[in-house]
Design a protein around this ligand. Structure first.
Ligand SMILES: Nc1nc2c(c(=O)[nH]1)N=C([C@H](O)[C@H](O)COP(=O)(O)OP(=O)(O)OP(=O)(O)O)CN2
Length: 163
């Protein structure tokens, strides 16, 4: 029997791992869709070495971490801090967002400005992957993938694999 480590894969795809947010996707300079919302769904794939007792990692630990990330985002407007096409300025209790010849005003208390380039499923999955990687940094993982769906049949995923 080869002495290569045996890996196993856990899939987490819970109905409770969702967050409802408002956003708009920016397609190009001066081209965006209107502000609207989604109930985003988050799922994850975790590859880890199989322990000697038929157990890799307690998936409740990852369920709790993913749920906490969803709760952090739930019921906000999400703005991308790193978009090259808009400027976000803090003015008292509001964000003033300049996009082309538009100026939008959003309450800061309703808004999360995330370190992403666009409020897309691709960028949200990358952001959540990086957050989950950070909270799992002490774990012996080989691969992590986080997917974010903006509705049935449409999602983006971001992956990390151990070097
Ligand atoms: N590559 C990407 N393309 C698009 C994204 C994205 O995140 N990544 N997002 C959007 C829109 O924000 C979003 O899709 C608009 O909503 P819509 O697709 O209409 O969502 P529905 O759930 O209503 O889907 P239906 O097909 O209309 O049922 C666009 N492109």
């Amino acid at each position: 029997m080869s002495n290569r480590e045996r890996l196993t894969t856990l899939y987490i795809d819970k109905e409770s791992h969702k967050f409802s947010v408002a956003h708009y996707t920016i397609f190009a300079a001066g081209d965006r869709e209107r502000l609207h919302g989604h109930n985003y769904a988050v799922s994850a794939k975790i590859v880890a070495p199989m322990g000697n007792n038929g157990f890799a990692a307690d998936y409740n630990v990852y369920k709790d971490r993913i749920k906490a990330l969803c709760d952090e985002l739930d019921e906000y407007l999400i703005l991308p801090a790193d978009s090259p096409y808009q400027r976000i300025e803090e003015h008292g209790h509001e964000y003033r967002v300049t996009f082309g010849d538009e100026v939008m005003h959003f309450l800061r208390s309703d808004t999360l400005v995330l370190p992403i380039v666009n409020a897309t499923v691709e960028e949200l999955s990358r952001y959540l992957l990086e957050r989950l990687q950070h909270t799992s940094r002490g774990d012996d993982l080989r691969e992590l993938r986080v997917c974010v769906a903006s509705g049935p049949g449409q999602k983006g995923c971001a992956s990390w694999r151990a070097g």
